[in-house]
Design a protein around this ligand. Structure first.
Ligand code: NAI
Length: 364
């Protein structure tokens, strides 16, 4: 029976990389009914919202979605579709594997780590108060009354909620992931020396959960030291578990260790739904030019196929990507530039997708 999957092409480079991904998945022979659902800025004008209810209904029905990136306007305009989706389905675990591939154009070899990012809390919860608002004034007064410090009256304020339950479930997810995937170590990343209450809670929870997994090594690191350690010796890291904002930033750093954003896949997992998507955004600077690298989206589809129990097809897709990259003939401009300093001889998004799809079919 065909798997039911919601496909959100997104905007910017989203439609181009989604088309390449779909071609590769179809070449694997796995039978999928794609429920295509548009969301994002281009939907806003017609439907009054970037994330219409029909999209949520579709994901509720299929349980599995793969999405292209969606643009979020800075400062004003609508709130992030990505954050809204994570919240709607309580997709609390964002999992982003970072694996070196031969020919990925990176300065590093042998990177093999996994980011497990908490997806629902922290400064990313979007609880914010404008400068001069009643909410901001009330918080400023409360902080003063508690003797907790002084906030300038002309401040805007964002809140950073970190709960025991939210921390516990993501840390447990990281340890279970490590166990299931034969990983040796989990590192909790924090800044508990400065944010003693919030990050302190996260660290303390990690220490408690770690005690239940004696077979998995556990350590913890400050987020700043983590960034330095990652660029100096990424092989020191295995599974990393991070609160939301650190996870967001460190994910992009790690993508840079393995050939850039065009290669970094990801997933957002909840109890009943899972949404797969690349780490990168909608890249408006290169949209519509047939030069985006669809690998991250293709590898996100491989993660999705694993999730659907189609492990052989997922493995075949990863092998095909690895082979096409290491052959170095059909690679996109970002990879070519990293390898040779010039984009000469690179191929477009479509041609790269065709090359990977052909190899996927041959490997069957
Ligand atoms: P971005 O990831 O879109 O782009 C950063 C840089 O990487 C750009 O130079 C871009 O050309 C390059 N790049 C990204 N993906 C690439 C690919 N597949 N192949 C080749 N080059 C690639 O980040 P930026 O510019 O900060 O964000 C653009 C928009 O995307 C914003 O509106 C942001 O909110 C949104 N965004 C959406 C995400 C999602 O839908 N999951 C995630 C991150 C950002």
């Amino acid at each position: 029976m065909a798997h039911q999957v919601t496909l959100i092409p997104g905007d910017g480079i989203g439609p181009e990389i989604s088309a390449a991904m779909r071609e590769v998945v179809e070449a694997s022979g796995v039978s999928i009914d794609w429920h295509v659902q548009e969301a994002g800025a281009h939907v806003m004008e017609e439907e009054g919202t970037p994330l219409p209810e029909r999209v949520l209904d579709s994901i509720r029905e299929t349980g599995t979605a793969i999405k292209g990136p969606v643009t979020t306007p800075v400062g004003s305009g609508f709130r992030s579709v990505n954050v809204a989706l994570r919240r709607a389905f309580d997709l609390y675990a964002c999992v982003r594997p970072c694996l070196s591939m031969p020919g990925d154009g990176s300065r590093y070899d042998g990177v093999d780590l996994v980011i497990v990012r908490e997806n629902t809390e922290d400064l990313y919860a979007g609880i914010e108060f404008d400068e001069g608002s009643e909410g901001a004034r009330s918080i400023i007064d409360t902080v003063a009354a508690q003797g907790a410090g002084t906030i300038k009256p002309d401040s805007a304020i964002s809140l950073k909620p970190i709960s025991v339950s939210g921390s516990e479930r993501i840390i447990r997810y990281a340890f279970d992931y490590a166990r299931k995937n034969g990983r040796r170590k989990v590192t909790a990343v924090h800044k508990a020396n400065i944010m003693k209450c919030t990050d302190g809670l996260f660290l303390h929870t990690a220490e408690c959960v770690a005690a239940e997994y004696p077979d998995i090594e556990f350590d913890n690191k400050f987020v700043d030291a983590t960034c330095m350690g990652l660029v100096q010796n990424p092989a020191d890291f295995d599974v990393m578990v991070l609160p939301n904002l650190y996870g967001d930033i460190v994910s992009d750093l790690c993508a840079g260790l393995v050939g850039g954003l065009g290669l970094a896949p990801g997933s957002n997992i909840g109890l009943n739904q899972a949404i797969f998507e690349a780490t990168h955004g909608s890249a408006p600077d290169i949209a519509g030019k047939d030069i985006a690298n669809p690998t991250a989206m293709i590898l996100s589809a491989a993660m999705m196929l694993d999730h659907l129990g189609e492990n052989e097809a997922a493995h075949r897709i990863r092998t095909a990507v690895r082979e096409v990259l290491s052959a170095g003939e059909s690679v996109t401009a970002d990879i070519k530039r990293a390898l040779t300093g010039s984009t000469e001889g690179s191929v477009g998004t479509r041609a790269y997708g065709v090359a990977v799809a052909a190899r996927v079919a041959e490997l069957a």
